[in-house]
Design a protein around this ligand. Structure first.
Ligand SMILES: NC(=O)c1ccc[n+]([C@@H]2O[C@H](COP(=O)([O-])OP(=O)(O)OC[C@H]3O[C@@H](n4cnc5c(N)ncnc54)[C@H](O)[C@@H]3O)[C@@H](O)[C@H]2O)c1
Length: 273
């Protein structure tokens, strides 16, 4: 989607971190914004700030784990701006704990946001985008954890993020199959300084293990969220599927994992703190 000025971008998890940085880079490119985040997030404050900077912004409190609320978001984007061109399914949380020690409630919490939040976003927005026939783009936020499992204590996150990669590849094929002019990107961030740990710890179900700051891939130099926002905008303009924040750092790990699959039969064991 080369021409983004004036187009409508919907971003979930828009009040903080990577989602907010996407909104900032889209606003700078002249896009109209639909910002969605939880009711008790800084959504009002951040949307007002972008509006004050000259952007056209509509904000709606939305819990992406709710199919009804994401449908309401799509209806609001249609009523307000005639529908979405770019949809960034970005909201996410983390949990900590071994598979068998994590409660079913905690499993459901992570999967309902990190995986079902993306499914809801595609299901709610794709039919209208396809019917309108205009150029569009989906950006689904996965993680380096969507490409490989490093260390322990992150299974719900790993499962969700690998699910988002599979979902995004499936979406790419299915949109091509129906001839829709809609691109897909899967964003796989490495280490990005945001409020992910604090927000996850604050929002987690009662009794869940504390979410500590533990890097999934500790050797990576953190990339500022603003850089990720620019990377996403460029990915949309150039219609790139894979958006990796740390490609040279990932490369030996991805190659080692693939060698395990096709040559040695061994599980990839990366370093984790
Ligand atoms: N920060 C990193 O290093 C990193 C690395 C890989 C992937 N990611 C992914 O990037 C995405 C954005 O995370 P971030 O790092 O910017 O964290 P963040 O906590 O700063 O932002 C996430 C936003 O999602 C919102 N959110 C949480 N639950 C929600 C729900 N149910 N419905 C709607 N919004 C909800 C939060 O309120 C928050 O504003 C996530 O999917 C995360 O998994 C982050």
């Amino acid at each position: 989607m080369k021409d983004v000025a004036g187009k409508v971008a919907v971003v979930t998890g828009a009040a903080s971190g990577i989602g907010l940085a996407m909104c900032e880079s889209f606003a700078a490119a002249g896009m109209r914004l639909v910002m969605a985040d939880l009711h008790d997030s800084p959504l009002e404050k951040e949307s007002a700030r972008l509006r004050a900077g000259g952007a056209e912004v509509f904000a709606q409190a939305t819990d992406v784990s709710s199919w009804e609320q994401v449908q309401a978001l799509a209806a609001a984007a249609k009523a307000k701006y005639g529908g979405a061109h770019v949809v960034c399914n970005n909201a996410g949380v983390r949990s900590m704990g071994r598979i068998w020690e994590t409660s079913i409630e905690n499993w459901n919490w992570v999967l309902s946001i990190d995986l079902f939040g993306v499914i809801h976003g595609i299901k709610a927005f794709a039919p209208d985008m396809i019917a309108r026939g205009e150029p569009g783009h989906f950006v689904n936020t996965s993680s380096v954890a969507g490409l490989m499992v490093v260390g322990t204590g992150n299974a719900p996150y790993n499962v969700s993020k690998q699910g988002v990669v599979a979902l995004s590849e499936s979406l790419w094929h299915e949109l091509k199959e129906v001839g829709a002019p809609i691109g897909v990107s899967v964003l796989c961030p490495g280490v990005i300084p945001t409020n992910l740990r604090e927000n996850s710890d604050r929002l987690k179900p009662k009794g869940a293990a504390p979410v500590q700051s533990r890097a999934i891939t500790p050797d990576m130099k953190p990339m500022p969220a603003a850089e990720v926002g620019k990377l996403v905008l460029e990915g949309i303009r150039k219609d790139r599927f894979w958006l990796l924040t740390h490609p040279s750092e990932y490369r030996p790990m991805i190659e080692a994992r693939c060698r395990g699959i096709v040559e040695t039969g061994e599980v990839f064991r990366g370093k984790a703190t």
